[in-house]
Design a protein around this ligand. Structure first.
Ligand code: C2E
Ligand code: CA
Ligand code: CA
Length: 518
């Protein structure tokens, strides 16, 4: 950042950039706060919260973040007085933002060696929050987020709300990706912290898209569209992610449309099939279950990974048909596996969120003569966080059937103990990112032993995902986690391949320990 461009900087932002890079530690801090019953502000954040998070993050040695905005605490935007504002948040409206960018204050013109970027941040769940808690809560939430942005960005550039849960920040950064990365990740880190409004704690997932505002560019609408496209793209890669617009993304949008068209045909052409990956008791190598993973081989284009087509299926509604196909196939395949070996199936939030889901499940189990306890449904943590009364009821109905419930990708969201305690689940699957960090970051091991302890108190089992090395196995066992899944024990494979040894077309009575133990 150049001296000529003395951007107003805030302490909070400096703190939060550190937190943003100390993700695991921040997660722990959130739990710690929950355990201590600390309320995170009534409608805003409290200083104690920031300092506890910061303290833990610093303890975890996460002090390597770049403090992008650091310095004074000036939070009043000089634009507010001049341009049109958004009535709910007091930030610039979309029109105000366009004016502000086209006629920037002197200190907001990019300095030598700097570029100007538009960052579009969005949390997808404003509509659900409005529907579940009422618009007053939605508005209060928007104001908290607006406040956070004001505190973080200060006077570094214009801030606006362009629509719904979509906020826009314009920043000048050095002409390298490092500074931009630090700024955007810090923004995402702070925005993702939970907000308590009244009795409820709200955690939402943010994604960001970034597009450069080229010199003399007046068509801000176009830049916003580019940033939005980048954000949609990031969204497909997962929660809390961001990406910078590049022209190929327009092609990517076309690719997603292609997937949508082809996916309709894929079901009819029988191009979908399942792979199974073992879950293993690491002490003995015994297979204690499988996860069914969906695969698509397009007749002309070959393998298309689920990370590419599932989000498209979710957004176009095809996930219902595809999900039904998966569950049906799993039930069929269960007849080939020993009765003691359950199979888990991934189920998208949209699938669960239909009133007749548990009824459909019940019929399916009856039709295939499958004991409910042999089927496990994996739902992601994000579903819990939205925890509408309806979702809770559906999950309870699934449990009543006797079907097992697993919380997938655990640790990537911000669900808290009270949310977890409300739902009777059987398995917590610790996300691969924590297993990856084992050995390099002490916090990852601490996180896993905390989860193991917590799961034990809730009578649940912990499964570590993405286990690839012997070292990870040892560290996981040291943290008290014995059930593991990952390439180290077995890659996802066709059931026919897995059952090769037993194959006489009948049910396998028992399975041998995985090869890693042979
Ligand atoms: P997931 O549920 O978290 O599944 C685990 C993913 O990690 C799988 O990727 C698996 O192949 C991969 N994996 C397993 N062990 C290792 C390892 O040791 N190292 C690494 N690097 N990766 C490992 P996959 O099969 O590509 O699936 C990606 C995601 O797609 C799944 O993530 C799940 O969210 C979704 N998905 C897969 N099948 C279905 C399905 O039938 N329905 C729905 N709704 N989603 C599905
Ligand atoms: Ca899964
Ligand atoms: Ca997972």
């Amino acid at each position: 950042m150049t001296a000529a461009n003395t951007v107003q900087r805030t302490q909070l932002f400096r703190a939060m950039t550190i937190v943003a890079s100390g993700f695991g530690a921040a997660m722990l801090a959130l739990w710690a706060l929950d355990l201590m019953g600390v309320t995170v502000g009534s409608v805003s954040d409290s200083a104690i919260f920031g300092s506890v998070v910061l303290g833990l993050a610093a303890l975890a040695g996460a002090g390597s973040a770049h403090a992008y905005f650091a310095g004074t605490d000036d939070t009043v935007s000089a634009y507010d007085a001049q341009f049109r504002i958004d009535e709910v948040t007091g930030l610039l409206s979309k029109a105000g933002l366009i004016d502000a960018v086209n006629t920037p204050l002197a200190e907001h013109r990019p300095g030598p060696g700097q570029k100007r970027f538009l960052v579009s941040l969005d949390f997808g769940s404003l509509k659900e929050i409005n529907e579940t808690y009422g618009e007053d809560t939605g508005d209060a939430l928007l104001r908290v987020f607006a406040d956070r942005l004001r505190r973080i960005v200060g006077n570094a550039g214009p801030i606006g709300r362009s629509s719904g849960g979509e906020f826009v920040v314009v920043v000048n950064v050095e002409d390298n990706q490092r500074e931009l990365r630090a700024a955007v990740e810090a923004l995402l880190g702070v925005m993702a912290l939970p907000v308590r409004i009244g009795a409820a704690s709200h955690s939402v997932f943010w994604n960001a898209g970034v597009a450069e505002i080229h010199d003399g560019e007046l068509a801000l609408d176009k830049v916003m569209r580019s940033a939005n496209l980048a954000r949609t793209n990031a969204n497909a890669a997962g929660r809390g992610t961001w990406s910078i617009y590049h022209p190929e993304m327009s092609q990517l949008a076309a690719y997603r449309r292609w997937i949508e068209t082809e996916l309709h045909q894929a079901l009819k052409r029988n191009e979908l099939f399942l792979n199974y990956q073992p879950k293993v008791r690491a002490t003995t190598g015994e297979i204690v279950g499988f996860e069914a993973l969906l695969r698509w081989t397009h007749h002309a284009k070959g393998i298309i990974p689920p990370a590419e087509f599932i989000p498209v299926a979710e957004s176009c509604g095809l996930i219902h048909q595809i999900g039904d196909w998966v569950l049906n196939q799993v039930c069929e395949d269960l007849s080939r596996l020993p009765v003691s070996v359950p199979v888990s199936a991934n189920v998208s939030p949209a699938q669960i969120d239909s009133d007749d889901f548990s009824r459909k499940l019940e019929i399916l189990l009856q039709n295939h003569d499958v004991q409910p306890g042999r089927l496990e449904i994996e739902i992601t943590e994000s579903l819990l966080i939205q925890r509408s009364a309806r979702t809770r009821k559906i999950l309870a109905d699934i449990r009543k059937l006797g079907v097992l419930l697993a919380i997938d990708d655990f640790g990537t969201g911000y669900s808290n103990l009270s949310t977890l305690a409300e739902i009777e689940f059987h398995t917590l699957k610790v996300d691969r990112s924590f297993v990856e960090r084992l050995g390099s970051r002490a916090a990852a091991g601490t996180m896993i032993s905390t989860v193991v302890g917590m799961a034990r108190s809730l009578n649940a089992e912990v499964v570590a995902e993405g286990v690839e090395t012997k070292e990870q196995v040892i560290l996981l066992q040291a943290a008290g986690c014995n059930i593991m899944q990952g390439y180290y024990f077995g890659k996802p494979a066709l059931l026919a391949t897995i059952l090769d040894d037993y194959d006489n077309g009948e049910r396998a009575d028992a399975l041998s320990p995985v090869a890693a133990f042979a």
